[in-house]
Design a protein around this ligand. Structure first.
Ligand SMILES: [Fe+2]
Length: 210
């Protein structure tokens, strides 16, 4: 149950507040993420996910049943409330927003410039699928939020790329910039697979339940 995963998420403060998730996916969902096919098209490695928009895979109405089930949980009022409570410590929900779930399949050479998420993302979350013995260091790097020249900042810590774990944060929790990325030059042996989950202000097939 996703609600339980969120309720028992560990609270981290460095370099800024984020929440560590574990045992997020069931076996069916892991298998579906691993089975998702991606275009063989050559990837560009410019340090932005949007470099490769044409090969991105978002879960839509035709998605596999386990991932649809996950989407339905994310749309539910109880999961909205659990997330809000975890982050803000008081009751609320994400009424009026949409859930977006993307299957990730990053290949060797992939990196992400240190950045803050676009303003349309109210909640940012990644869940790792590591069944290919990837090094833990290919998880997301979190950077200090002091200073403005992000590219010069050292990552403060890496959220380890451990199978079926991940992280969640809100860039609007009042604790300043949440600079994150993936440093250039890390070795991806086979694939950096996982899920990106967001609550967003723009339309997706999945408006949250009121
Ligand atoms: Fe991001």
């Amino acid at each position: 149950m996703l609600k339980n995963v969120i309720e028992k998420a560990s609270v981290k403060q460095k370099p800024w507040p984020w929440y560590g998730l574990s045992d997020v996916l069931d076996e069916e969902q892991v298998a579906e993420i691993r089975a998702m096919q991606f275009s063989e098209r050559e990837r560009l490695h410019g340090g932005k996910r949007s470099d490769n928009t044409s090969v991105r895979r978002f879960v839509n109405e035709d998605g596999p049943s386990g991932l649809i089930r996950l989407v339905e949980e994310l749309r539910s009022k109880e999961v909205q409330k659990a997330i809000h409570k975890k982050i803000y410590k008081y009751d609320g929900n994400y009424s009026g927003l949409y859930v977006r779930v993307e299957v990730l399949n990053d290949k060797d050479g992939f990196w992400l410039k240190p950045h803050c998420d676009i303003g349309e993302k109210l909640i940012s979350c990644l869940v790792y699928v590591n069944e290919t013995d990837e090094d833990e260091n290919i998880g997301t790097d979190l950077y200090s939020n002091s200073g403005s020249t992000y590219s010069l900042l050292e990552p403060v810590r890496t959220v380890p790329f451990i199978h079926n774990t991940g992280y969640m944060f809100s860039q609007f929790d009042g604790n300043g910039n949440k600079v994150h990325g993936l440093s250039k030059g890390k070795k991806i042996k086979v694939e950096r697979r996982g899920l990106q989950i967001n609550y967003v202000t723009f339309e997706t097939p999945w408006r949250v339940y009121e």
